[in-house]
Design a protein around this ligand. Structure first.
Ligand SMILES: Nc1ncnc2c1ncn2[C@@H]1O[C@H](COP(=O)(O)OP(=O)(O)OP(=O)(O)O)[C@@H](O)[C@H]1O
Ligand SMILES: [Mg+2]
Length: 152
């Protein structure tokens, strides 16, 4: 588990951008943290690092938004999901086991569907206003190397 502290939205954007640059096809990123922790803010910059030009907005009512970057970017927000069936209805496997990068806000809601290989990122509010603590857990050697690069 690695910890990164961000002291501003700008710093969060820089971390996200760099992470986006480091990602590859098929990568799965799980994001957790309280309301307003910064999951969507972070996701927007990850998408930028993946060369997405379109503005990324939270897919709260649609579960998933799809973007074109240097590879497809699938942004999930499963906060409002009532039943796991909603994931089957949207055909989640096509995304999770497809050719793009998946970024999943509120991943704990669908933890049973998360592929074993993923990065788990928890964002916590820090002691000071505008400070956030990122806890990054790469569950494979590959993901651990991504995190090592990110914190360099
Ligand atoms: N260091 C920081 N990093 C990220 N966001 C920050 C930071 N400091 C302040 N903020 C603010 O915190 C808010 C984060 O909102 P955001 O929508 O990204 O959170 P979220 O985790 O996606 O929330 P939700 O659970 O509602 O989807 C924004 O208003 C942002 O400006
Ligand atoms: Mg959000």
């Amino acid at each position: 588990m690695k910890k990164i502290i961000s002291k501003s939205v700008e710093e969060t954007r820089e971390i996200g951008y760099k992470l986006g640059e480091l990602l590859s096809k098929g990568d799965i990123l799980c994001l957790t943290g309280d309301l307003g922790a910064g999951k969507t803010t972070f996701t927007k910059s990850i998408a930028e690092g993946l060369d997405v030009d379109e503005d990324v907005t939270s897919p709260t009512f649609t579960i998933i938004n799809e973007y074109d970057g240097r590879m497809p970017v699938y942004h999930f927000d499963v906060y409002r999901i009532m039943s796991i069936d909603e994931m089957y209805d949207i055909g989640y496997e096509e995304y999770f086991y497809g050719d793009g990068v998946c970024i999943i806000e509120w991943a704990t809601q669908i933890v049973e569907l998360i592929p074993k290989e993923h990065i788990w990122i928890e964002i916590k509010l820090g002691d000071e206003i505008n400070t956030r603590e990122f806890y990054l857990d790469g569950r494979t050697d590959y993901y651990q190397s991504v995190i090592e690069e990110l914190i360099k």
